[in-house]
Design a protein around this ligand. Structure first.
Ligand code: NAD
Length: 483
């Protein structure tokens, strides 16, 4: 195990600095013990970071560079993360609670964003628009300037990589507000940017309280764009702050995503979807498969299989789970754990059948048993609200129309899934499900190349894929009168 530094600073304008708001303890959720202290930024620190990024932007150091060169630097950041994978992954396990093998997957996923967007840098091309022989007209895509990125605690490495790689590839300078619960691993993005030669101030990384540093960043008048991943109430506050300064924002919020499982589905294969869909990262995934809507004729079999998957997972500290396998780590904090337990207990009070799990483990740490609930109706809280934990809600349907109606019956619309051997049925459902992305016969099918984002309360804008590049640029039209 890596020796963890006891104190972690923020990175502003190329310097490692203390925070104006003091320090926060970082807790290992698997033990409840403090592992480090993190500097906490105040509004003054946020201002210095934004002005450092703005200075880089105005200098033209990023925007004047040939995109191919900039792309190479972005790719090199990905390689830097890979080179430090084991150290980053160990730190991630300690601050977030996930098994070590999951942490390694997260670091590899982060590196992939830098590889992918580094490759895309030179493909952001304008076009020429015919206006007749008297004119020559063309469009340019310019970076927006300062990109503010506010990060959640569930995938601190991958979420930052997702927005940072695309923002840098398109020539923006960035200020990252890392999450209070899991701030440590974000330091590597500042180190990576420095290591590959980006000018000081290109990547500023600071931790601070959401209501203090986060709010100051979202409201800063010199920020040109905001990317936010997190909860709905915070997303609304950020959209309001962005509107005050008339700057665009991308909101990636929560979900209550559903898999529709038809009577002809391969339920043996679906066990893998249950395992990844709701128990990966202890269910703390915005696009988790938190609901399964199964045809009533297959409900009994599916519930039995879900119980087998859930009760077969070995739950415990992530550091003791280095290898890929049937295991799960801690939730991120006692507060998140207690919230999930309370939601399960309310569901049972309202008549839900607790198939398995639902309780804390009899040991220290924020461990929740992998849980399956059945016998639910779509109007129950557990079937509508995000748990953000390892809790699968199983509902049933009689016909295709009812399945889609239940899938679409929450305020969210992040992703959805349909499991059937019938292609027509799958295609119809894929069109009818109200979500930004639909998986057919494999939950989480897709990758960095495929656009991701929500409808409804799940947010707006798209991250990942080529779509995301347009979040970070603005179109300029140049019309030349030929005389
Ligand atoms: P959160 O909204 O509490 O915090 C997210 C970030 O916003 C943190 O960095 C926090 O400090 C900051 N923040 C809090 N208040 C703020 C304010 N007033 N102004 C500016 N910043 C503020 O969410 P969380 O608890 O960290 O994350 C869990 C939620 O995020 C879940 O609802 C989950 O579904 C969602 N999420 C969505 C995605 C996605 O890609 N769609 C990914 C991960 C998490």
């Amino acid at each position: 195990m890596t020796d963890l530094p006891l104190y972690w600073q923020n990175h502003i304008g190329g310097h490692w600095v203390d925070g104006g708001a003091g320090r926060i303890d970082v807790i290992d959720p698997a033990t409840g013990k403090k592992i480090a202290e993190q500097a906490l930024a105040d509004a003054g620190d946020v201002d210095r970071a934004v002005m450092a990024a703005r200075a880089v932007h105005l200098s033209g150091a990023l925007s004047d560079m040939r995109p191919l060169e900039r792309g190479r630097m972005v790719q090199a950041m990905g390689r830097y993360l890979q080179e430090h994978k084991h150290t980053i992954a160990h730190t991630l396990v300690l601050e977030q609670g996930k098994p070590l093998w999951e942490a390694e997957i997260e670091v590899e996923g982060a590196a992939l964003y830098f590889e992918y967007y580094g490759n895309q840098a030179s493909t952001v091309e304008g076009r020429s628009i015919p206006l007749g022989s008297g004119y020559y007209d063309f469009t340019d895509y310019e970076p927006l300037g300062v990109s503010a990125q506010i990060i959640p605690w569930n995938y601190p490495v991958e979420m930052t990589a997702r927005s940072l790689a695309a923002a840098l590839a398109t020539g923006n300078a960035c200020v990252i507000k890392s999450p209070e619960l899991t701030p440590l691993t974000n330091a590597w993005f500042a180190k990576a940017a420095e290591a590959v030669g980006f000018p000081a101030g290109t990547v500023n990384v600071l931790c601070g309280y959401g209501h203090e540093a986060g709010a100051a960043l979202a409201a800063h008048p010199m920020v040109n764009q905001i990317v936010f991943t997190g909860s709905v109430p915070t997303g609304i506050a950020i959209a309001q702050a962005a509107a005050q300064n008339v700057v665009p924002c991308v909101l990636e919020l929560g979900g209550k995503s559903a898999a529709i499982v038809h009577d002809d589905a391969d339920l043996e294969a679906f066990e893998t979807d249950i395992r990844w869909g709701i128990y990966f990262n202890a269910g703390q995934v915005c696009s988790a498969m938190s609901r399964v809507i199964v045809h009533e004729s297959r409900a009994e079999e599916l519930i039995a299989r879900a119980e087998t998957v859930a009760s077969g997972l070995s739950v415990g500290p992530g550091v003791d789970r280095p290898e890929f396998g049937a295991n799960m780590g801690a939730m991120v904090s006692d507060a998140q754990h207690d919230r999930a337990v309370a939601m399960v207990s309310r569901a049972v009070d309202q008549g839900a059948q607790l198939v398995t799990g639902g309780h804390a483990l009899n040991r220290p740490g924020a461990f929740l048993q992998p849980t399956v609930l059945a016998g639910l109706s779509p109007d129950m809280e557990i079937a509508r609200e995000e748990v953000f934990g390892p809790v699968l809600s199983v509902l049933t349907f009689k016909d295709d129309a009812e399945a889609v109606e239940i899938a679409n019956s929450t305020d969210y619309g992040l992703v959805g899934g349909v499991f059937t051997r019938d292609l027509d049925r799958a295609t119809r459902a894929a069109r009818q499900i109200r979500a930004g992305q639909v998986f057919v016969n494999e939950w989480y099918a897709g990758g960095v190349e495929t656009p991701f984002g929500g409808v409804g309360k799940s947010g707006y804008g798209r991250e990942k894929g080529r779509e995301a590049l347009w979040n970070y640029v603005q179109t300029k039209n140049i019309a030349i009168r030929l005389r």
